[in-house]
Ligand binder design. Structure first.
Ligand code: 2P0
Length: 332
């Protein structure tokens, strides 16, 4: 008799936070200290095929075409959550790949764990409602909870110790306010300090950390209202403020977390000058040196051209807003 194989392929896209997440209230359950608000992209993808196979003695993970011990451990621990949920011990083979730089401040863990959570839930036929999928994706990476959904998304910090109320929800779909994001790649190097380690260091040592967490709700309220009102100027103001406050917390961490390079700073100045001249654009920057320019679609080409002239900008990628994680293929 052949052993059963449960298989699913899922795709998810990274998201970019406009109101940032930087710090946890619980490391084990990956519970954020404050809420966040993001946009899901459509041009960058993670695709993940998962097969639970009773003939396997161990999980077998192919990450961007390679066997990688660290990624295998992370993915295996994540799949344990689903095995526990389903009451099985079956091992899995996983093939996951990103069509964009991994670990370089482009939210590859967000799309990666969102795709894996969706594939695992489908392969095991767990019938998870979206918020439960978001809770599980969060266990892999806090930002992955947001990539479950498309368009504009809000992540709620929740108050429960078990984390069941810490999940993301859709705010506005992508077509309702189709902004364009131009990503300026200023380095392809993998960052020195992961977000996970960096945000824990900030919580423990940055004198600005408490103030950062205390101001998050006001930023969330302003950003949510700006999204509902399609108020680009207001969204620009709060997004840049949240980004710069997060980087202030990072800089004041001991030792200081400096994710920017010279080109990052040049991009900031160039984008501010463009906005002062009437271009609909604002910047945001995550735990890496890339600059994400969020634009009104009619201004995206001018923004991309301006960013490409800046020394140190190796490449620009242009993306619209996209859908949430989805199943591409499944036999379950
Ligand atoms: C964000 N970042 O809101 C912020 C801004 C980076 C800077 O979410 O430890 O990879 O897995 O929960 O989700 C990156 O952090 O961290 C991130 P974990 P994650 O997009």
């Amino acid at each position: 008799m052949t052993s059963p194989i449960w298989q699913a392929t899922a795709q998810a896209q990274p998201n970019i936070a406009l109101v940032k997440y930087w710090g946890k209230r619980d490391d084990t359950l990956n519970l954020p200290a404050a809420g966040s608000l993001s946009i899901t992209l459509d041009a960058l993808h993670t695709r993940t095929t998962l097969r639970f196979d009773e003939t396997l003695a161990a999980d077998d993970v192919l990450f961007n075409g390679q066997h990688d011990d660290l990624q295998t451990r992370k993915i295996s621990a994540f799949l344990d959550l689903f095995r526990t949920h389903a009451g099985i011990a079956t091992r899995a083979s996983v093939e996951t790949a990103n069509d964009f730089p991994t670990g370089a401040g482009l939210a590859s863990s967000a799309s990666g764990f969102a795709a894996l959570a969706l594939a695992a839930g489908r392969a095991l036929q767990l019938q998870l409602p979206p918020h439960a999928l978001s809770v599980l994706a969060r266990r892999g990476s806090g930002s992955a909870a947001r990539s479950v959904f498309g368009g504009f998304v809000e992540m709620t910090a929740g108050t429960r110790d078990d984390g069941e109320d810490a999940f993301a929800s859709p705010l506005l779909n992508a077509a309702a306010w189709p902004l364009t994001v131009v990503v300026a790649i200023t380095s392809r190097a993998v960052k020195d300090t992961s977000s996970r380690v960096g945000m824990d260091d900030s919580r423990r040592t940055s004198p600005f950390y408490r103030a950062w967490v205390a101001t998050a709700n006001a930023d969330l309220d302003a950003a949510r209202e700006a999204v509902h009102g399609r108020d680009f100027a207001r969204l620009a103001e709060v997004s840049e403020a949240s980004c710069l406050a997060m980087h202030a917390v990072m800089l004041a961490t001991r030792p200081g977390l400096i994710y920017w390079n010279a080109a990052t700073v040049e991009c900031i100045h160039a984008l501010r000058a463009l906005r002062a001249g009437g271009t609909g654009v604002f910047f945001t920057i995550d735990a890496g040196p890339q600059v994400k320019a969020v634009c009104l679609p009619e201004h995206a080409e001018a923004v991309a051209m301006a960013l490409r002239t800046i020394p140190g900008v190796a490449e620009t990628m242009v993306s619209g807003l996209g859908e949430g994680a989805r199943i591409i293929e499944s036999d379950a």
